[in-house]
Ligand binder design. Structure first.
Ligand code: COS
Length: 380
């Protein structure tokens, strides 16, 4: 299938595929088993320039868009959705800066982020503010040239491994989500701490931790945009990053499909490969149709966003919803094709089913995606 990619896009996909084959796949099972962070792969992502995909060339990046980031994320996720998150979540952490940061802030942080010298993370979710992100409580109070932050953000991807976090905090409690503000918080700022590290069902190579602010002093120069713009910056960030979750889900689904086809061709029952049975072929057919539909929606969504069009929230939510549902279904069916072996940890397929599950949950549950999509059609 020709997706009308440019030669540069094809070269980027080839590069990501080579990195996935040579550096991600060989270590995926070990990091999944041990729940360890893949610093050695982060080094390769850095050396190959992959951290800089969406960073403008002016700041040392490749100056590309959501489509190219999705293509890289998809390729890497075919090998391991968890390891890929070191890169994808760094992009998520960078988006507020890219969208609303000033030039001085971009000069200060983007070159090192593009070079993969350090990672970024995104701090929105709190223990009691998940789907209802506007109910956050982390407080930022202006004191002279600083803001003083108190509170905690949970389930932060790259938590404890990132150096820079974009954090949304309440500056005016009377104004609800319109009283929130975005900040660039370094892990070496006084009062910044890493809290609980999560032990997860899937994406176990990804670091997920709580980040805590105890009278954490953040220079006012690290405020992104104006006071009161935090929630909006967060929503616009998610519009750009949700296709990344779709790409991760798509990669996981494709990875599972490829393994299922290979297995079905070699596994023999009733005297022949199970791939010759209609029961298996029908499963494979439905998986393939779902994957290609999700892929078409994702690429079209990414092109739509990169073109600067309207209604990006709707399309971003659609791509994430579709691809993550497909990933769950496809990985479940792939385990079915593997049968009893598929349920065992000796085979790589059950990991993909565990990894797929999170894509229905994070960066907005699929119930929230449906709310965003539905609302986009009925609001005045
Ligand atoms: N782009 C621009 N503006 C947006 C926007 C978007 N994508 N989404 C919301 N807004 C604006 C609204 O237009 C509204 O503006 P006004 O105050 O001028 O009317 C404002 O933001 C508040 O929006 P809304 O009333 O829809 O906010 P709610 O509190 O009802 O919540 C949802 C909206 C549920 C969509 C939001 O809380 C959400 O996305 N939740 C999930 C959070 C999430 O994804 N978390 C994952 C962790 S981050 S990895």
């Amino acid at each position: 299938m020709d997706y009308l990619f440019t030669e540069d896009q094809k070269a980027l996909v080839d590069l990501a595929r080579k990195v996935a084959d040579d550096h991600v796949r060989p270590v995926a099972a070990r990091h999944d088993r041990d729940g360890t962070f893949p610093w050695e792969v982060v080094k390769v992502f850095a050396e190959t320039g992959l951290f800089g995909v969406v960073v403008p060339e002016l700041y040392g990046g490749l100056g590309l868009g959501v489509l190219e980031l999705a293509l890289v994320t998809e390729e890497l996720s075919k090998a391991c959705g968890g390891i890929t998150l070191a890169l994808a979540a760094s992009a998520l952490g960078m988006f507020p800066l890219l969208l609303s940061g000033n030039d001085e802030q971009k000069q200060r942080y983007l070159p090192d982020l593009a070079a993969g010298k350090y990672l970024a993370g995104f701090g929105l979710t709190e223990a009691n503010a998940g789907s209802d992100a506007g109910a956050m409580r982390t407080r930022a109070v202006r004191e002279g040239d600083d803001y003083v932050l108190n509170g905690a953000k949970v389930f932060i991807t790259n938590g404890g491994t990132a150096h820079l976090y974009t954090v949304i905090a309440v500056t005016d409690p009377k104004r609800g989500s319109r009283g929130t503000t975005a900040f660039l918080v370094q892990d070496d700022f006084p009062g910044f701490k890493v809290g609980k590290h999560e032990d997860k069902m899937g994406i176990r190579a990804s670091a997920t931790a709580e980040i805590v602010f105890e009278d954490c002093r953040v220079p006012a120069a690290n405020r992104i945009g104006r006071e009161g713009e935090g929630f909006l910056i967060a929503m616009k960030t998610l519009d750009k990053s949700r296709p990344g979750v779709a790409a991760q889900a798509l990669g996981i689904a494709q990875g599972a499909f490829d393994l299922a086809v290979e297995y079905a061709k070699t596994r023999r029952q009733f005297g022949k490969p199970i791939a010759s049975l209609q029961a298996i072929q029908f499963l494979l057919a439905d998986m393939a149709v779902a994957i290609e539909s999700a892929r078409a929606l994702l690429y079209q969504t990414a092109r739509h966003i990169d073109a600067g069009n309207k209604d990006v929230a709707r399309w971003s939510a659609m791509s994430k919803l579709c691809a993550s549902e497909v990933a769950m279904q496809v990985t479940t069916d792939a385990v079915q094709i593997f049968g009893g072996y598929g349920y065992m940890r000796d085979y790589p397929i059950e990991k993909l089913m565990r990894d797929a599950k999170i894509t229905q949950i994070y960066e907005g549950t699929n119930q929230i995606q449906r709310a965003v999509i539905g609302n986009s059609y009925v609001k005045g």
